[in-house]
Design a protein around this ligand. Structure first.
Ligand code: PMP
Length: 386
């Protein structure tokens, strides 16, 4: 026969057992998942359109409506991580030539601008130094100047630790006939968020942060206004996979029988369902309070160690990601390595504008506990002493 010989052989590495040490993930994500969430992934697979699976998807949608505080019809998940949520936002809301205004104060605004450009939008930015946030007046002046189709804000800028206020922005956007899109990947669940009351048109998050499920999906919600813009498009949505009208159908949001769009990540949806059940059991109010209290304990503890936070105004700090200034002359990586090699605890360095200048400590969902705060403080003290 003319069948060729195998020239690529079984790799040696796959003959070894998988190596997965147990680590405490106190960086800006992913966070560890609780046992109930891991156990959910051991359940048998179902077909992605089986009635029992559809029931689980519906339960996820209800949990997400609670988390986003919305009664919007179109609440679903993109199969992909936070970036997939950002891409879905851009590719559905923007047509070539549309003006998008991006409030840029860290790496996520930069990435949003990159993506919007790829979708052919006319990108306008307003910038603030890393660690700072935008006031309503500044946003209104920029809306007035640019009259954008979309305004994009990042609620929790995880590259700097800044918390952008969202309340009041939706009303401004309505005045200028602008849609408001918010990245809540690093913040949702850790701070209040009210999609409907704040007039947010698109919001997305990630499963691996406060929700504490594995990284795998980007929960996303579109308002009625946002869906009207989608249905009034003159040009097709450039990505089949991220087309919100297809996703909305697959997630049962459009009242039309579900069609096969893609194979949903079945086990990840189970995990998300259980993670959302835990969020509901605890309640949003107490989840927010737990994040605020743990962040405060962390900030006080760091101050007691003589460390300074990157963001001096407490009102501008997102509780989920604390940025700590690396003292002059100190090698930040020695400290992160000390955490990891001695204790298998992750804290991370800076990112984008904060690279080389800070450590970032995450307090997210399951990991956001007094014990974990104290653990980080104890190890930090030890590391600094050395
Ligand atoms: N936006 C923000 C604010 C984030 O913190 C992150 C993740 N660090 C993302 C978007 C991207 O998410 P992912 O890494 O899950 O794609």
């Amino acid at each position: 026969s003319s069948r060729p010989q195998l020239k690529v052989h079984q790799p040696e590495c796959l003959k070894q057992p998988i190596n997965v040490p147990s680590k405490l993930l106190m960086g800006p994500g992913p966070a560890n998942s609780p046992p109930r969430v891991h156990q959910a992934m051991l359940k048998p697979l179902l077909g992605h359109l089986h009635p029992e699976f559809i029931q689980i998807m519906d339960e996820v949608k209800e949990g997400l409506r609670y988390l986003f505080q919305t009664r919007s019809e179109v609440v679903c998940c993109v199969s992909g991580t936070g970036h997939a949520g950002m891409d879905t936002t851009m590719c559905n809301l923007l047509e070539p030539g549309d003006v998008i205004l991006i409030a840029e104060n860290g790496i996520w605004g930069e990435r949003a601008a990159d993506m919007a450009t790829r979708h052919g939008a006319a990108v306008r930015t307003i910038k603030k130094p890393a660690g700072d946030v935008f006031s309503l007046d500044e946003l209104e002046a920029a809306l007035e100047q640019h009259k954008p189709a979309v305004l994009f804000l990042v609620q929790g800028e995880s590259s700097t630790g800044a918390l952008q206020p969202i309340e009041g922005v939706g009303l401004l956007c309505q005045k200028y006939n602008t849609l408001l899109a918010v990245d809540a990947v690093a913040s949702l669940g850790g701070v209040p968020f009210f999609m409907d009351d704040w007039g947010v048109d698109v919001v997305y998050t990630g499963t691996q942060k406060v929700i504490s499920a594995p990284p795998s999906m980007a929960p996303i919600a579109f308002s009625h206004r946002a869906m009207s813009k989608v249905s009034a498009r003159q040009t097709p949505i450039h990505s089949f996979y991220s087309d919100i009208t297809w996703l909305a159908n697959y997630w049962g949001c459009d009242g039309v029988p579900r069609k096969y769009h893609h194979t949903g990540p079945v086990s990840s949806v189970y995990a998300l369902r259980e993670a959302l059940a835990l969020v509901c059991e605890e309640s949003l109010e107490s989840l927010w309070a737990r994040h605020a209290a743990c962040a405060q304990r962390l900030h006080e503890g760091l101050a007691a160690l003589g460390l300074q936070l990157y963001i001096s105004d407490p009102a501008k700090r997102v509780p989920t990601v604390t940025t700590i200034r690396v003292p002059e002359g100190m090698d930040w990586m020695k400290v992160t390595k000390y955490f990891m090699t001695k204790y298998q605890v992750e804290i991370s360095g800076g990112l984008g504008p904060s690279a080389g200048q800070v450590w970032r400590v995450g307090l997210m969902g399951y990991n956001c506990t007094v014990d974990n705060v104290d653990r980080v403080l104890t190890i930090m003290k030890e590391a600094l002493d050395q």
